[in-house]
Design a protein around this ligand. Structure first.
Ligand code: ADP
Ligand code: MG
Length: 553
C-alpha cells in the first residue's frame, strides 16, 4: 500500500463476522471526525475566561444531592459540560475525555485544552483539504509540541518574593467565579497553608455543605468530616483527644480474626463470613457471651490507650458501637478513606488495615474535636482541629449542590495551581499572553523549516491564538483588533501583553497579576496535541458491531 495513497477497501468482508468498514475515503473520515471534535470546542469556548458565559446542561441529579435541584444546571465550567454531555460521535467524546483527563490531573485548564484541540484539528482539516496528508499533519504537530514547550519556558518567570504571587495565582484560577472578598480570603488561607514555601495539595481538603451561602465558607485548621457520631455517646466537644483510625469494617465477627463468624444481623455478608449454626438456645447464649467477650477483648487496647474517638472508613456494627459507647469512645463510621489517610498523616497516627493490629502508638493526637449541627439541612459535621502536622480544610457553604460542587472544584484548582507554581517555581502570564508568545515562536521557526511541515506549524500558531481571541471576544472586545495589537506588542518584546479581563483592555498580565502555573500551560498543550493526533490517526470507522450491553435477566 502506498504511503500517501487512499486506503484499500477490500479484505474486510469475510474476515470479520459482524464489523464493516465504513468504506468511506480516509479524507472524509478525518473530516467527519475533525468536525465532530471541533464541535466540542465550539460548545465550551464561550465559557473561557473571566467573562465566560453560562450554559444550561440537562442532567440526572447526583447520588449525593439532596434532591432539591432541577434537572438542569447553569454552569460556566467547561469541565462540567464536557463531563455531562453524552457525545455521540466517538471523535467528540474522545476530545471530551482527554480534556477530562486534564481536569483530573490539574483540576484546571480544561476549556483551554479543548479549545486548543478543536482549533488545531480545524487547522489540520484545512491543510488536509489542501492536499497535505494526515500523517504529515501528525508529524507537524509532534514537531510543534517541543517548540511550544520552549516558548512556555522562555515566557515563564520565577515565583519570587517581591509580590503576592499566591494571591494572583488564586485570583486567576478562580477567574471571577467567586466574589472578590471570598477570593481574597481564600488566597490568604492558601498563603497560610503554604507558609513554609511549599504546599502539598493532600494537606488541603475541601468539603462542601449545602447550608448558608458561599460567603459563609470557612477555613478550618484541621479536618472536617460530614458525619455524625454513631452511638449514644455524642460528645459535643473534646480537647486533647486521642483517635484510632481503621479502613476495615469493624464487626464482632471480624474481631475474632475470622476464626468464628456470627451469622446474626448486621454481620451477615462480610467477606470473611463463616457461619455458626446455633443448635439450641444454650449454644446461642454461649455464643453471644463469647462474642461479647471477643468484642471486649478487641476494644480493650483502645480503652487502655485512652482512645476518645474511633474513626472507621467502613461499617462498625451496633454491638461494637455499644461497647465503645460504654467506654466513652465516640465512633465515626463510613468516613472517607482519603480523608482518614490525610488525618493519620497529620496526627502522627496510623490508618490501620484492621483494628486487631492496634497498638498504642498507632493512635493520633487531635487538639480539639467538635460536633456541629446544621438542623436546616439535617446534617452534622465533626471538626478535628489543632493537629500536630499540616492539614487544613476549606469548608465551602453553598445554597445548592451545584454551587458547592463548583466552589469545591475551584478551591481545589486554586490549591493545585499554587502547589504547582511553588513546586516548579515558574509561572506564566495569563490572559492569552503566553499563547501569543507560543504563536510568535512557532511562526519564527516555521520560516526556517519550510515545506509542508512549516504549514502545519504555522497553522498551529493560528490555532493557539484562539485563546486570546476568545478572551477578547468573551470580554466584548473586538477580537481581530485585539490579536493584531497583541501581535505588534509581542513583536516589540512585550512578552506579557495580554487581554486583561477585568479592565476589558490590553495590558501587562504580570503587572495586573494575571498569572498561571507554567506546568498547567504545558499540560493543556500536551493534552490538546494528544487528542488532536489521536483523532487524526483514525483512518476508518468500523461499524455494524453490536455494542448493546446485555442486561442480566
Ligand atoms: P479553563 O477551563 O481552561 O481553566 P477558564 O474559564 O478558567 O478555562 O479560563 C482560563 C483562561 O482565563 C486563562 O487563559 C487565564 O489566563 C484567563 N484569565 C483568568 N483571569 C483572567 C483575567 N483577569 N484577565 C484575563 N484573562 C484571565
Ligand atoms: Mg480555569
Amino acid at each position: 500500500m502506498s504511503h500517501d495513497g487512499g486506503r484499500t477497501e477490500t479484505g474486510v468482508d469475510g474476515i470479520m463476522a459482524e464489523g464493516r468498514a465504513s468504506g468511506a475515503d480516509e479524507r472524509s473520515v478525518v473530516e467527519q471526525n475533525v468536525a465532530a471534535a471541533a464541535l466540542v470546542a465550539d460548545m465550551v469556548e464561550t465559557t473561557l475566561g473571566p467573562h465566560g458565559r453560562d450554559k444550561i446542561v440537562y442532567r440526572k441529579p447526583e447520588k449525593d444531592e439532596e434532591g432539591l435541584d432541577d434537572y438542569f444546571q447553569v454552569t460556566n465550567s467547561g469541565a462540567y459540560i464536557l463531563k455531562k454531555v453524552p457525545f455521540e460521535a466517538p471523535a467528540a467524546s474522545m476530545v471530551a475525555r482527554v480534556a477530562a483527563a486534564q481536569d483530573d490531573r490539574h483540576g484546571d485548564g480544561t476549556t483551554t485544552a479543548t479549545v486548543y484541540a478543536g482549533r488545531i484539528l480545524e487547522a489540520a482539516a484545512g491543510l488536509i483539504e489542501q492536499g497535505v496528508h494526515p500523517r504529515t499533519v501528525v508529524d507537524g504537530i509532534d514537531e510543534a509540541v517541543p517548540l511550544i514547550e520552549d516558548a512556555i519556558d522562555a515566557t515563564a518567570v520565577p515565583v519570587d518574593d517581591d509580590r503576592d504571587w499566591i494571591a494572583d495565582i488564586v485570583r486567576t484560577t478562580l477567574g471571577g467565579t467567586v466574589t472578590e472578598p471570598l477570593a481574597d480570603r481564600l488566597a490568604a488561607w492558601i498563603r497560610d497553608a503554604a507558609a513554609d514555601g511549599s504546599l502539598d495539595p493532600e494537606t488541603v481538603r475541601t468539603e462542601s455543605l449545602r447550608a448558608g451561602s458561599l460567603s459563609d465558607s470557612e477555613f478550618v485548621d484541621g479536618l472536617v468530616l460530614k458525619k455524625s457520631f454513631a452511638g449514644n455517646y455524642q460528645p459535643s466537644s473534646l480537647t486533647d483527644a486521642t483517635i484510632a483510625m481503621t479502613t476495615q469494617a469493624v464487626t464482632a465477627a471480624q474481631q475474632v480474626g475470622g476464626r468464628v463468624e456470627s451469622d446474626s444481623g448486621a454481620d451477615a455478608g462480610t467477606s470473611q463470613s463463616l457461619s455458626v449454626s446455633a443448635a439450641d438456645a444454650a449454644d446461642l447464649q454461649r455464643f453471644t457471651e463469647y462474642e461479647r467477650g471477643v468484642i471486649e477483648e478487641r476494644v480493650r487496647p483502645l480503652v487502655d490507650a485512652g482512645v476518645d474517638v474511633l474513626l472507621a472508613a467502613n461499617r462498625v456494627d451496633e454491638d461494637t458501637v455499644a461497647h465503645l459507647d460504654r467506654h466513652g469512645i465516640a465512633v465515626v463510621r463510613n468516613a472517607d478513606e482519603a480523608r482518614l489517610r490525610a488525618l493519620a498523616a497529620a496526627t502522627d497516627g496510623t490508618l490501620l488495615p484492621h483494628l486487631g493490629a492496634f497498638e498504642s502508638d498507632d493512635a493520633g493526637a487531635v487538639g480539639a474535636v467538635a460536633r456541629r449541627e446544621y438542623p436546616e439541612i439535617k446534617q452534622e459535621a465533626i471538626f478535628l482541629r489543632d493537629l500536630p502536622d499540616d492539614l487544613v480544610s476549606v469548608l465551602v457553604h453553598g445554597s445548592t449542590w451545584m454551587a458547592g460542587w463548583e466552589a469545591k472544584r475551584n478551591v481545589n484548582a486554586a490549591v493545585a495551581a499554587v502547589a504547582s507554581a511553588l513546586e516548579t517555581g515558574r509561572i506564566v502570564p495569563g490572559g492569552g499572553a503566553t499563547e501569543m508568545e507560543i504563536a510568535r515562536h512557532l511562526r519564527d521557526v516555521a520560516l526556517g523549516i519550510g515545506g509542508r511541515e512549516s504549514m502545519v506549524v504555522d497553522a498551529i500558531a493560528d490555532a493557539v491564538e484562539a485563546v486570546p481571541r476568545l478572551l477578547a471576544r468573551n470580554a466584548g472586545m473586538d477580537p481581530t483588533d485585539a490579536i493584531l495589537d497583541l501581535r505588534t506588542a509581542h513583536n516589540h518584546g512585550e512578552a506579557d501583553a495580554a487581554v486583561l479581563g477585568v479592565e476589558r483592555e490590553l495590558g501587562s498580565a504580570l503587572d495586573a497579576g494575571v498569572v498561571e502555573p507554567a506546568a498547567f500551560k504545558r499540560g493543556s498543550v500536551y493534552t490538546a496535541a494528544g487528542a488532536a493526533t489521536t483523532v487524526l490517526r483514525i483512518d476508518d470507522v468500523i461499524t455494524g458491531i453490536d455494542v448493546t450491553v446485555s442486561e442480566s435477566p
